[in-house]
Design a protein around this ligand. Structure first.
Ligand code: HEC
Ligand code: HEC
Length: 479
């Protein structure tokens, strides 16, 4: 984002059209994508290193289905399974080329490595990394490393250990790029950084991946602040570096401001940070508009984030961002018209969407709520408390147009007005129990579910007794 994206079209339109036609025409390609051993073998080769293969596979297998025939029914299932596999790889491991920004522009790699390892400053120890909410994927650690960790033989204060973890691809959502001499050359981020956590089964912050869960421990502001050079960010926002640091330190854990680099608004009118909570990326199947202010569909937002927030290299179009009154920074930098010379994003969007939509909200653990009270709460939710007029199960959002002005739910419109919709999206509620940290509503203004229910009781004049409010809370915990 520091470098305004290249919106000079690098390929003449005529050539591009020809290329597109060529992509879709040839029969040999199609045959390759009939599900079968060859596809499976090809998918097995879908590793990070084989980025080119993965991109080609994503385009062709997502957008072309095998030609009819006897196995057509089975082909649908096989196609779906392929997409989920590709989408998972993208969600977990793809940086979309964004290391050009996080490493190349901000030089975060140098802060991570530290002066002893070719960078600057003290470096980032595993203890520091865990303290800012980064997570370690235990499945990526070889047995020897797990044993050494369990035996307390790993020095968690040594930045060299962080580098070793990055080399193993074990830091969830962070990709280290290493030179042949083993030194850290650059660093990129992945979707999993914000939308995954781990189950802490090995140690706090170390465990099996939980894809789609909001990482409410992650202090993105603190991580970005580590960057030795924040001038590009300051320049973009027409401010100075100390102000940028002040803004980043106001975010706190579990928050990020996806609109800051569009409108330059860092604080709400009451002086609190304008950053919003990281939401889960699961339970979205059947939900119409995505994001708390309904920017678009899941795949709209995936493209938005990959291009504009992660600073991957791709194509993004949204003429709504040309509105200089609402989005001065986006309009100035033509963020609604991004076209990188090489597109590392678009080909991956179909499978990424398929994977996202297949991430079901996890069920709450047995014993985490009172069943009888939850059953009473459900009757209130669907009846007297009128909750299900908006939160329609099983999506818990309206089938159809699921946006409301703030006045419908008794809140201000500050954040809604930062979106082209000027509205709030009815939140899907399944899996609420996974993101209690940081509070509820887009900005966490209600610290627990009891406060949310009290807010509705006041706003809608429900006159629920304390016991009824408690029943509603138990129901919300059961979703
Ligand atoms: C730096 C942290 C961060 C990264 C990285 C990130 N997101 Fe998000 N994501 C957010 C935040 C914050 C929001 C909430 C935005 C809002 O509601 O205004 C969000 C919202 C979403 C939503 C909407 C959820 C809903 O309830 O409608 C989806 C889907 C999503 N992200 C998917 C992705 C994908 C896919 C990637 C990778 C391409 C990604 N995100 C990368 C922070 C992140
Ligand atoms: C008029 C439509 C509407 C009604 C009726 C409604 N809600 Fe909501 N609900 C919303 C919207 C819109 C949001 C998103 C608010 C935000 O993010 O700021 C929301 C958010 C929530 C959240 C927070 C979710 C999260 O992830 O932070 C909970 C919990 C919730 N509602 C529960 C209820 C309950 C319980 C009732 C009934 C007492 C109810 N809602 C009635 C529209 C509604």
């Amino acid at each position: 984002m520091a470098k305004p994206p290249d919106h000079e079209n690098p390929v003449p339109v005529q050539d591009r059209d020809d290329r597109l036609r060529r992509l879709h025409r040839p029969r040999p390609l199609r045959r390759l994508h009939r599900p079968g051993r060859r596809t499976v073998a090809m998918l097995a080769a879908l590793t990070l290193g084989a980025a080119v293969v993965s991109q080609a596979a994503a385009v062709t297998s997502a957008l072309s289905t095998p030609a009819g025939g006897a196995s057509a029914a089975g082909a649908v299932e096989a196609h779906a399974a392929d997409l989920v596999r590709q989408g998972r790889a993208t969600f977990r491991y793809d940086t979309f080329g964004d290391e050009a920004f996080w490493g190349g522009t901000l030089h975060l790699d140098r802060a991570i490595a530290g002066a002893d390892h070719g960078g600057v400053g003290p470096g980032v120890s595993p203890r520091t990394a865990l303290s800012v909410g980064l997570k370690v994927d235990v499945a990526a650690l070889p047995r020897s490393v797990r044993d050494a960790l369990a035996a307390g033989k790993v020095d968690l204060d040594d930045p060299a250990v962080t580098l070793a973890l990055l080399k193993l691809d074990a830091v969830v959502g962070v990709k280290g790029v290493f030179a042949s001499d083993g030194s850290l050359r650059s660093v990129g981020i992945e979707c999993a950084l914000c939308h995954s956590t781990v189950d802490d089964s090995f140690a706090p912050g170390i465990g099996k991946r939980l894809d789609g869960w909001a990482n409410r421990d992650l202090n993105i502001g603190a991580i970005v602040s580590l960057a030795p050079d924040l001038k590009p960010v300051a320049h973009l926002l027409h401010t100075d570096v100390p102000t940028v640091r002040k803004v980043l330190s106001a975010w706190g854990p579990g928050r990020f401001d996806a609109q800051l680099f569009l409108d330059g608004k860092a604080f709400r009118p009451d002086g609190k940070t304008a950053a919003t909570l990281i939401p889960p990326a699961f339970g979205l199947l059947g939900v119409n508009q995505a994001t708390s202010t309904g920017w678009g569909s899941v795949t709209y937002w995936n493209a938005f984030v990959a291009n504009l927030e992660m600073h991957g290299q791709g194509t993004f179009h949204d003429s709504r961002l040309d509105n200089a009154k609402q989005f001065p920074i986006a309009a100035e930098n033509r963020f609604g018209h991004v076209r990188a010379p090489v597109d590392l994003i678009s080909a991956k969007l179909p499978a990424l969407q398929a994977y996202q939509l297949d991430l079901a909200a996890p069920r709450p653990p047995a014993g985490s709520f009172d069943r009888a009270a939850a059953a009473r709460g459900k009757r209130l939710f669907d009846g007297r408390a009128t909750c299900s007029t908006c939160h329609v199960p099983p999506m818990f959002s309206e089938p159809g147009f699921n946006l409301h002005p703030g006045s419908d739910i008794g809140i201000d419109s500050f954040q809604a007005d930062r979106s082209p919709t000027h509205m709030y999206r009815t939140s899907p509620l399944a899996g609420l129990w996974t993101h209690r940290k940081g509070g509820f509503y887009h900005d966490g203004r209600y610290r627990d579910l009891g406060s949310v229910v009290r807010h509705y009781d006041r706003t809608f004049h429900l006159h629920l007794r304390a016991g009824q409010q408690a029943d509603l809370v138990e129901y919300l915990k059961s979703l």
